[in-house]
Design a protein. Structure first.
Length: 272
């Protein structure tokens, strides 16, 4: 897929050259990892959820990440204000509905965030299914199964929410409602480290910060995480596990070029 090769190289170069500011209102469990992965990738992260500084922080950013993994009412108020600022200034909003199926509060929070629109949603199958009204599938923040029709599901969600939807798992399905990309990069060790999904959302935001083409940006961010994971996994020696893998993952993200991502990308496109 030559088009992705061209897009991936351009996206990575633009991130490194412009160092876009990515504002996160995010999960405190993984906040530090998200900040570090943004820095490794060439962007500039800021983590700020105090309502009084939202206008300044979001207004200065090139992308906004909203992650409900450790949501509370105070943080939700800040998220809604940040989203309002972002929409008014055409700043992309990347929404990560972590564990949305776990409680009615999370579901209501997600509905409020989505009500006026976001640019990209990234979640696992259970989370995205819940956004479409089925909260009975999945436990906690983990996806329990892989749908045979995941590409069609991603397209349906994208059409309903009017944005790019990335459903990640063993098979990644990313759709803008018209075109859907199915990709198979990645390794199982990604499921053994807390926050790799959140970090993937950050990588997507880094790309969306430098391009208004949100489908390639989402595919790029997901593929960058998965390719880095593949490279990290093959470097592990006997007796090494998730801890070493995580350290190597950051190193690989730091060293990734756009060409590396494009060459390793395993994906196909289909019309919705």
């Amino acid at each position: 897929m030559a088009i992705w090769s061209k897009d991936f190289t351009l996206l990575k170069n633009n991130i490194v050259e412009t160092k876009p500011l990515v504002h996160h209102i995010t999960n405190y469990v993984t906040s530090g990892d998200c900040a570090n992965v943004a820095l490794c990738f060439g962007a500039s992260p800021v983590m700020a959820d105090e309502l009084e500084e939202i206008d300044a922080m979001t207004g200065a950013a090139k992308a906004l990440v909203l992650n409900i993994g450790t949501i509370n009412q105070t943080k939700l108020t800040s998220m809604l204000r940040a989203a309002e600022v972002a929409r008014s200034r055409q700043i992309p909003i990347i929404f990560d509905p972590v564990g949305v199926m776990a409680s009615s509060f999370r579901q209501k929070a997600a509905q409020q965030i989505l009500r006026d629109g976001v640019s990209i949603i990234r979640g696992n199958y259970a989370e995205c299914r819940c956004l479409l009204g089925d909260a009975s599938f999945g436990q906690g923040v983990d996806s329990q199964a892989l749908s045979d029709g995941q590409g069609k599901f991603a397209a349906k969600a994208a059409q309903q929410f009017g944005c790019v939807v990335a459903v990640t798992g063993a098979l990644d399905a990313i759709s803008d409602g018209q075109t859907t990309i199915l990709a198979t990069n990645g390794v199982e060790l990604l499921t053994k480290v807390t926050g790799t999904g959140c970090m993937t959302t950050t990588l997507i935001a880094c790309a969306a910060a430098v391009s208004m083409e949100y489908l390639p940006a989402a595919v790029f961010g997901i593929t960058a995480m998965n390719v880095a994971a593949e490279k990290a996994a093959v470097q592990l020696r006997a007796g090494e596990g998730p801890g070493t893998f995580k350290a190597k993952l950051f190193d690989q993200i730091y060293n990734l070029s756009g060409d590396d991502i494009a060459v390793a990308f395993r994906g196909v496109g289909q019309n919705a």
